[in-house]
Write a protein that binds this ligand. Structure first.
Ligand code: SIN
Length: 285
């Protein structure tokens, strides 16, 4: 077991911190794990450079953060179904996660954390951006806060993963294996403003990829409000943009962030491994 003397250097932006002094090729001891988890929740996304870990290590850490789960409609590795290879070959036009989203918000209990480890990165580009959804909520005007206080949003994976959805249409243009399905049309509801189950913060919890409509609003009113919230949620002041290095592990709190993979490295390869840690149903703030 690894006893922890970690060093945390916040990015200075709205979220994110670099963590050094910790080797995740070894299991975290219980007290170290608690401090590590608290750092992820506090900073919302953490970056750990120079982590020469194996997929066994990645899976063990995911288990320490609550347990591995699958990513519906995205095929995992043949021998490790809970590990997704986020791969874009040099000749592929389409990557993965190239629109703002919160992972698996189309489920009743979205994951608590996502872990992404870089094996190979392009010489330039291929960054990931995150946006702080607690800061986004706090910056809303009072009238909007009052309006959304008791609203519920309907989420579904139909857009990306439905039968005939985005990934079904671009199947030949990606290096990843998707499994589009009519099951992805299932809907789950989450409060528009959730109370973070660990930090207690109020979080704006709608994202353009999976939030379809506001329950009880007509289509026009729903689209108007959601579009305004989507734009606000990922605006510049709430963001951090990471330039990857090989062998960097990034872990984000999926309940308090949105993220996007920047598609700007045509002609180069990007190869990452991703797991998600089990989360809980989300409650209204
Ligand atoms: C994802 O959305 O999980 C992928 C992010 C990335 O590849 O940068």
């Amino acid at each position: 077991m690894l006893c922890l003397v970690m060093h945390i250097a916040p990015t200075g932006a709205a979220l994110g911190a670099f963590i050094t002094g910790i080797d995740l090729a070894r299991p975290l001891a219980p007290e170290g794990l608690a401090a590590f988890r608290a750092a992820i929740v506090a900073h919302k996304v953490v970056f750990l450079p120079d982590q020469h870990i194996t997929l066994d290590d990645l899976e063990r850490l995911t288990d320490q953060l609550g347990g591995r789960r699958d990513t519906p409609y995205v095929k995992g590795l043949a021998d490790r179904p809970m590990v997704v290879r986020v791969l874009r070959e040099a000749d592929a036009a389409i990557g993965f996660g190239e629109a703002w989203h919160t992972d698996l918000s189309y489920l009743a209990a979205p994951p608590a954390f996502t872990l992404l480890w870089s094996s190979e990165i392009p010489p330039k580009g291929g960054d990931t951006m995150w946006s702080n959804q607690a800061a986004a909520y706090a910056a809303l005007d009072d009238a909007t806060k009052r309006e959304i206080a008791n609203l519920t949003a309907v989420h579904s994976a139909i857009g990306p993963y439905g039968a005939g959805g985005y990934y079904a249409q671009v199947q030949g243009k990606t290096s990843m294996q998707f499994a589009p399905s009519a099951e992805a049309h299932a809907e789950h509801r989450h409060p528009v403003v959730i109370r973070h189950p660990e930090s207690g913060e109020k979080i704006l919890f709608v994202n353009r990829t999976y939030a379809l409509r506001i329950e009880g609003y007509d289509a026009e009113r729903s689209a108007r409000l959601l579009n305004a919230l989507f734009l606000h949620a990922v605006s510049e002041p709430f963001r951090y943009r990471l330039q990857w290095r090989p062998h960097m592990l990034t872990i984000w709190d999926n309940r308090s962030t949105q993220h996007l993979a920047v598609n700007d490295y045509q002609g180069h390869r990007r190869d990452m491994y991703r797991t998600t840690a089990v989360g809980t149903a989300l409650e209204a703030a």
